[in-house]
Ligand binder design. Sequence first.
Ligand SMILES: CC(C)(COP(=O)(O)OP(=O)(O)OC[C@H]1O[C@@H](n2cnc3c(N)ncnc32)[C@H](O)[C@@H]1OP(=O)(O)O)[C@@H](O)C(=O)NCCC(=O)NCCS
Length: 142
Amino acid sequence: MEYKFCDKTDMKAVAEMEEKYIECPWSENTLLESFGQDSYVFIKAEEDGILVGYGSVQIILDEGNINNIAVSENFRNRGIASGILNNIISCCKDRGVTVMFLEVNEHNVGAIALYTKFGFGKIGERKNYYKSGNAIIMSLKL
Ligand SMILES: CC(C)(COP(=O)(O)OP(=O)(O)OC[C@H]1O[C@@H](n2cnc3c(N)ncnc32)[C@H](O)[C@@H]1OP(=O)(O)O)[C@@H](O)C(=O)NCCC(=O)NCCS
C-alpha cells in the first residue's frame, strides 16, 4: 500500500467514494474547488495504482479540521484508514498545527473507534447535524 498526496485527477475517484460511503458527500466540483486551495491537504492510499482510500484535512493557522476519511469496502480492516490518518497527522505537525478537530456521526461506531485509537476525545455534540443523528465533535492536541 502506498500513501501519497492526491493529484487533481484523483478528485473524480474521491467523489465516487464520497457518493458511496459518506452521508453528506462532496461533489467533484466542491472537491476540486477545495483541492485548489492551499489550506486543504488530500492524502490517498493506492494499491497497484488504484485509489482505495483517501482522507482530507483543512489547515487554518494552528488548527486542522479533518473532513472525511473513507476506504473501499473490500479493503477495510487492514489498517488503511490508520495509514491515511498517520499521514494527515504528520502533515499537520509539519505545518505547525497544534490541535485537530473532526465531526463524526454518533452512530458511526467504526470511525469513532478509529479516531479514539489515535487519541481523539469527545469535546461536544451538534444536535441533528446529520439526517440520521447527532454529530460528535472530537479533538486531538498534537
Ligand atoms: C471508518 C473507516 C474509514 C475505517 O477504515 P479501515 O481502513 O477499515 O480502518 P483501519 O483498518 O485502519 O482500523 C483502525 C481501527 O479503527 C477501528 N475500526 C475500524 N473499523 C471498525 C469497525 N467497523 N468497528 C469497530 N472498530 C473499527 C478499530 O479500532 C481499528 O483498530 P484495530 O484494527 O486495531 O482493531 C471505514 O470503515 C470507512 O470507510 N467507513 C465509511 C466512511 C466513513 O464512515 N468515514 C468516516 C466519516 S468521517
